[in-house]
Design a protein around this ligand. Structure first.
Ligand code: T4K
Length: 380
């Protein structure tokens, strides 16, 4: 039976390579709470990513929640509607008010040129997302943040290993958060991290992710349980040994898609800005009016052929009921984000995806472009 082709598959190192880690964990009986693999992974990831300090978490959402806690953010936070819903949920969980700003049509990120008009006396921070791993306009965002005294927390869930002019994008802003969910470029099954720039901040984040404990008898804050366990950390250390090859594979597969889809009218891949070392986290394409099908028709066509492409990010966060009543969530305030949410589809991309499957996907898109499988309404 033909199998489904998913939008992503986890980077899974050979099982036999994981066994020695498990044996060590069983031997030590140290399962969680800052064990040796946890400490090693924090150090090795910081080195690999080229950042000063990294605090591991049990998932990216808890890392986001904690980032706002540690900075003591209050009031309004400016963010993007074009992201995974956890981005804005982290604000609501902290009692903060999300203010949505429209999307840049080229990078799919928060449009830095529309940022200033959203700043009010209640604004205290900006939460941009490096969507699909493509960096935001960090220069403009941080200039405005400096001018208005705002904190910047980057949701870098997709941006593992991404660089701008040779420097990690994670070095920008006050804090950045990563997700190591199974569907991500680098995964610890579930997992995440906060990147910060000084040891004192790391210490405070470490307290907060462990209930606020400083030692056996002292609690300095109403912390949470955000700790990564030893199995996840060991799995992360093993992943690190395979990550460079996985990134190479992703790059090769993206370039292959680019070639296969190059001449299809109305289909265009995302463009990577100059100076960016991308991590090929997703392969989004824009399905424009020049294509024979709508994005949703293409989604159904692929699904009917067991290609489980995904409409990341549709619906927009601002369309969900807990957000949609805000002024900034109104459709007329977010025209580009709405267009993208209606036109973008992410094609399958993961290490191990066979080129022959890419040919099948491109073949279906090509065929639809010349002889659409759906009759036009006027011919019915
Ligand atoms: N900020 C941003 C910008 C994010 O994108 C995310 C997460 C977060 C914050 C929060 O970080 P975490 O708390 O998650 O660490 C997935 C992921 O669950 C989510 O982590 C991710 N973003 C989001 C973009 O995608 P779904 O609902 O699309 O996942 P799901 O289960 O439908 O998986 C997609 C496909 O992947 C499946 O059809 C098959 C394949 N898959 C999935 C899993 C879980 C596998 O092959 N194996 C697996 O174990 O949300």
């Amino acid at each position: 039976m033909e199998k489904n082709i998913f939008v992503t598959r986890p980077l899974l190192p050979p099982l036999k390579e994981f066994i020695p880690y498990l044996e060590n964990i069983w031997e030590s009986q140290h399962l969680t709470n800052g064990g040796p693999y946890h400490q090693q992974l924090e150090k090795d990831l910081a080195d690999y990513l080229g950042v000063e300090h990294l605090c591991l978490f049990s998932n990216g959402t808890l890392a986001l929640l904690t980032a706002f806690q540690v900075l003591g953010i209050t009031g309004e936070v400016i963010t993007t509607p074009y992201s995974f819903v956890a981005t804005a949920h982290s604000l609501l969980w902290n009692g903060l008010t999300p203010v949505f700003v429209d999307t840049d049509p080229d990078t799919f990120n928060l449009d830095a040129d529309k940022l200033e008009q959203a700043i009010t006396p209640a604004t205290t921070a900006i939460l941009p997302v490096h969507c699909y791993g493509i960096p935001c306009n960090t220069r403009k965002i941080e200039e405005l943040a400096d001018a208005y005294g705002l904190k910047v927390i980057y949701d870098a869930a997709h941006a593992f290993g991404v660089k701008q002019d040779g420097v990690s994008v994670l070095r920008q802003g006050d804090l950045s958060i990563l997700s190591f969910h199974a569907t991500k470029v680098f995964n610890t099954i579930e997992g995440g991290a906060i990147i910060c720039h000084d040891a004192k901040m790391k210490q405070r984040i470490d307290y907060l992710k462990n209930f606020g404990f400083v030692n056996e008898t002292t609690v300095v804050a109403a912390g949470i349980n955000g700790k990564m366990n030893e199995l996840q950390a060991a799995y992360g250390l093993l992943q690190l040994q395979h990550i460079d090859k996985a990134l190479d594979d992703r790059g090769r597969l993206c370039r292959h898609y680019n070639r296969l889809l190059a001449d299809i009218p109305g289909i265009s891949p995302i463009s990577v800005p100059d100076g960016v070392t991308w991590n090929y986290a997703y392969y989004p394409i824009i399905v424009s009016e020049d294509f024979a099908l709508t994005r949703d028709e293409l989604y159904e066509l692929l699904k009917g052929n067991r290609i489980m492409a995904r409409r990341y990010f549709y619906p927009l966060i601002s369309s969900f009921f807990m957000y949609k009543f805000a002024d900034s969530a109104k459709k007329e305030n977010l025209p580009v984000a709405h267009q993208l949410a209606d036109k973008v589809i992410c094609l399958p991309l993961y290490p191990g995806l066979e080129e022959e499957v890419q040919h099948k996907i491109a073949g279906l898109i090509q065929l639809a472009s010349v002889s659409p499988p759906f009759p036009a309404a006027s011919s019915l």
